[in-house]
Design a protein. Structure first.
Length: 335
């Protein structure tokens, strides 16, 4: 019986991996086809970007998950290193701060003693006032230089801590657009889910917006990926500026973006999406050095939390609204 089960499991595993390999091959063929048609050089960065876009377009979820798992493992390792380094820096900063405090107190006491000695030596006629003052000034300069050195060390520690803090943010930032990346989206969705499970009876409000640029592939096909990248960067900047005070903007994948709006109900979320849609229709994006201006529209799907036990149900509803907006002619908001 065990042999049969093992055989069936192995057969299922083989079949499963064959399907995955077929999906990878299909994505790779599509990726190469797009690179050739757009006359894009097959550099590693270009190939990686086109591969992800092809997997997203073909809806090869397993391939995307495999790529993300690898990226997540690297990101997790980087975060562990960063957090460890920040902990060590915090310890060093604490030690140096305490040392600086003690040093200043001791040097202050030393200055008082030196002043007392100065007065006593003058009263006793030991040496001239100029000689004594010269020696005292030399001692004070040494003390000041010492304290300056300690302060420099503390300043350097603070700078290193800031650099590590900036690096930690970069791990969750999309390299092309500066928006938060898919990894950050998954983490924040998990945090929302955790809050719901830990306190299911708590009253809470939040909304999600799924956004997809209309006919973006035509931009890449007509003008090339550098123009498409410039358009994505400017679109993301416009999006982040519009939602800066209301929520967080993520690059969900390819030309698709998403927004989490904590404390925002469906009415306000729709108003925000519609005002941005109007703003986009008035915008022209300068996408190269020659001053080429492009106009592009986007479709929006909006949903708010209605007591679901899993935030992914809200995402699914927002996604359905996004597809509805596409089917009804694009360049619109559905909720």
């Amino acid at each position: 019986m065990t042999k049969v089960v093992e055989g069936q499991s192995q057969e299922f595993l083989d079949t499963s991996w064959r399907n995955v390999l077929q999906d990878i091959s299909e994505v790779a063929r599509s990726c190469l086809h797009n690179l050739i048609n757009s006359n894009t050089p097959p550099l590693p960065k270009c190939y990686e970007r086109e591969f992800l876009e092809a997997a997203n377009t073909l809806k090869k979820q397993t391939v995307l998950e495999l790529v993300r798992q690898d990226q997540d493992a690297v990101a997790s390792r980087i975060k562990t290193i960063i957090h460890g380094a920040r902990d060590r820096l915090a310890e060093a900063q604490k030690i140096f701060s305490e040392f600086e405090k003690d040093a200043r107190q001791n040097i202050s006491l030393l200055d008082e003693k030196l002043r007392e000695m100065h007065g006593a030596m003058l009263d006793s006629g030991i040496g001239t006032g100029r000689e004594i003052s010269s020696h005292l000034d030399a001692i004070k300069d040494t003390n000041e230089n010492f304290l300056h050195s300690v302060r420099s060390v503390l300043d350097n520690v603070a700078k290193q801590e800031q650099l590590l803090s900036d690096l930690a943010k970069k791990v969750n930032e999309d390299a092309l657009t500066g928006a938060l990346n898919r990894r950050a989206w998954d983490q924040d969705v998990d945090d929302l889910n955790r809050g719901i499970k830990e306190n299911p009876d708590k009253e809470r409000t939040f909304s999600l917006i799924m956004i997809d640029l209309d006919h973006f592939k035509n931009v890449n096909d007509s003008y090339g990926h550098p123009v498409g990248d410039a358009l994505l960067r400017q679109f993301a900047a416009l999006l982040k500026g519009h939602f800066a005070s209301s929520g967080s903007v993520y690059r969900y994948g390819g030309e698709e973006f998403s927004v989490i709006l904590p404390g925002v109900d469906i009415k306000e979320a729709v108003e925000l999406a519609e005002s941005f849609c109007i703003r986009m229709n008035k915008s022209r994006f300068i996408v190269n050095r020659q001053g080429l201006k492009l106009k592009i529209t986007a479709s929006f799907g909006v949903a708010s939390w209605q007591g679901e036990p899993d935030v992914r149900e809200v995402i699914e509803r927002a996604d359905q609204m996004l597809y509805a907006a596409k089917e009804e002619g694009r360049n619109r908001v559905k909720f």
